[in-house]
Design a protein around this ligand. Structure first.
Ligand SMILES: CC(C)(COP(=O)(O)OP(=O)(O)OC[C@H]1O[C@@H](n2cnc3c(N)ncnc32)[C@H](O)[C@@H]1OP(=O)(O)O)[C@@H](O)C(=O)NCCC(=O)NCCS
Length: 162
């Protein structure tokens, strides 16, 4: 199941999201965020949190989350992570498709994101979802002291005809 959170989140949810991100980011070299940073992002009404979880949200551990900002007709993905135990099961695809559907409904024109040149798994995910490369940021990330370039990806959104 996918749950959409708009607005402030409970500290316990921020902690669960931060724990999942730390676990999923370990292999990528990316810096995970502190629970307080995640909670603070959700205090901004432009930001949305999608969470994938087992049927029983209160007791089950989270499978994945996606943080996205909707502003001025554009969506920007801030973070996506899937618990390593649930990877390659279609969870990221599912949560991304749900967010894309919401973009269509909200009249969003396109979705942007940055992905490290070294992150082949994420690039492959975005490719399957028809994101295309539109730019390049030199030395955008620093992973363990090493500077890594990033691709800027974009996905056009077709408006829903009513
Ligand atoms: C990238 C990530 C979100 C993918 O999540 P996932 O739930 O495993 O992805 P899905 O199962 O929906 O995979 C969809 C497609 O993406 C591609 N893909 C996903 N993981 C891949 C991997 N490790 N290697 C190659 N391709 C991969 C495949 O094309 C896959 O389709 P397939 O399984 O039918 O071959 C996950 O690996 C993750 O959390 N990584 C760490 C955090 C991260 O890198 N976030 C992105 C920052 S930009």
């Amino acid at each position: 199941m996918i749950y959409l959170q708009e607005g402030p989140i409970a500290p316990v949810l921020a902690k669960r999201v931060a724990d999942l991100q730390a676990c999923a980011y370990a292999e990528t070299g990316m810096r995970p965020w502190h629970a307080d940073e995640i909670a603070s992002l959700l205090n901004n009404s432009c930001n949305r949190l999608y969470v994938a979880h087992e049927d029983d949200f209160k007791n089950a551990s989270l499978k994945a989350f996606l943080l996205v900002t909707f502003v001025a007709g554009e969506a920007e993905i801030l973070a996506i992570a899937v618990d390593p135990h649930h990877q390659r099961c279609g969870v990221a695809s599912q949560i991304m498709k749900r967010m894309i559907q919401d973009c269509e409904q909200a009249g969003i024109g396109h979705i942007m994101l940055e992905v490290a040149e070294t992150n082949k798994a994420a690039q492959s995910l975005y490719h399957t979802l028809t994101f295309v490369k539109v730019g390049y940021r030199l030395q955008y990330y620093t992973f363990d002291g090493i500077e890594v370039d990033a691709y800027i990806l974009k996905r056009q959104i077709e408006p829903v005809t009513k």
